[in-house]
Design a protein around this ligand. Structure first.
Ligand code: 2P0
Length: 328
């Protein structure tokens, strides 16, 4: 395909929080996760990304939050590779991406970042009519990114051969849960997810048990979502979260993503739940705590977490839709 002009596309995507988590890749299968996952798309946090392809060539480059970023350049190139192959595009790619929330701190910035990158890149190259290709590009960038292409409650399924699909189970309107994020640390985490999950897979004696428990959790959570069974989803999500962290803590050297405020927030949420407030917790690979609740207890949950010593910021809002194109 020969083109003379710079081609550009822009997209917005929201991060997601996994209730049944992905933690471990299939060996020798690129970026393919070893297990499926189920997530909520967070409508109140966003990544906006513009991708440009210049047929005149030059160096690929990534700007993240206004600064040139070489650390994540390979991730961007991995994401754009399936799109470039399809388009026969050999020019240079530059991307500008901006998050309206802390980056690299366990708020799934790689999920929203790579979902927005894949869609913006596909738009620049005229490939948005092929959602499976956009999904493969997102997956090549980050194993949690295909989930951020979809809205509401999202299931990423993978069969034993590694064939995968990703789709929304319920829209935000069909079960309008709220999510509260307690930010307990502003800077980036010490061990990024990719290194952390690989260390866990290679060295944790608990990894096999974690992997073995995933498909039952996934099926049970899928059913709880279909039945809008909050209590069952709470039980499954908290158990799955703590088992992921237990597997990571069993790694050598151990991976402890929690800080003191993280643990205090978990106890505060358990106290609220014990007092019959419909709320549960989950924590990804970082120290931030996410509380999922029904709308009528949102203010109470925000107040309770805001009072925990060490909590710097409380963000909250609705579930959101999937990634979409914007004008750059
Ligand atoms: C998840 N996490 O399911 C889990 C729970 C973090 C904890 O997916 O290597 O950034 O880019 O595929 O997607 C974070 O891992 O890792 C993640 P890569 P990713 O949300």
């Amino acid at each position: 395909m020969s083109r003379e002009h710079v081609m550009q596309g822009s997209a917005i995507a929201h991060p997601n929080v996994a209730l049944v988590k992905y933690w471990g890749k299939r060996p020798a299968r690129g970026n393919l996760p070893a297990m499926g996952s189920l997530s909520l798309t967070l409508g109140f946090l966003s990544t906006r990304t513009t991708v440009r392809f210049d047929p005149a060539g030059g160096q690929d480059a990534l700007t993240l939050n206004g600064r040139r970023n070489s650390r994540d350049l390979k991730r961007m190139q991995d994401c754009l590779a399936p799109l470039r192959r399809r388009a026969g595009e050999s020019g240079s790619a530059t991307a500008e991406s901006r998050n309206d929330f802390p980056t690299g701190a366990g708020l799934a910035s790689s999920a929203s970042g790579m979902a927005a990158m894949a869609l913006a890149g596909a738009s620049a190259l005229g490939l948005t009519e092929d959602p499976a290709l956009v999904g493969r590009a997102a997956m090549a960038g980050s194993g949690s990114a295909p989930r951020s292409l979809h809205g509401g409650f999202v299931l990423l399924s993978i069969d034993p051969e590694g064939n995968w699909s990703c789709a929304s189970l319920l829209s935000p309107e069909e079960w309008p849960l709220k999510v509260v994020v307690a930010v307990t640390q502003a800077g980036p985490k010490q061990t990024d997810s990719r290194s952390g999950m690989e260390l866990t897979r290679r060295t944790s004696p608990f990894y096999k048990a974690w992997l073995a428990s995933q498909s039952a959790d996934l099926e049970d959570a899928r059913r709880a979502v279909a039945q809008r069974d909050f209590g069952r989803l709470a039980e499954l999500s908290e158990g799955n979260c703590l088992r992921m962290h237990a597997a990571a803590m069993g790694a050598s050297p151990p991976l402890v993503y929690f800080n003191g405020a993280t643990v205090e927030c978990l106890h505060r949420i358990k106290t609220l739940a014990h007092d019959n407030r419909p709320v549960f917790f989950t924590v990804d690979a970082g120290p931030q705590v996410k509380a999922v609740c029904l709308p009528d207890v949102l203010d109470e949950v925000c107040d309770a977490l805001g009072q925990v010593s060490g909590v710097r910021q409380v963000l909250s809002g609705d579930l959101g839709g999937g990634a979409r194109l914007i004008t750059g």
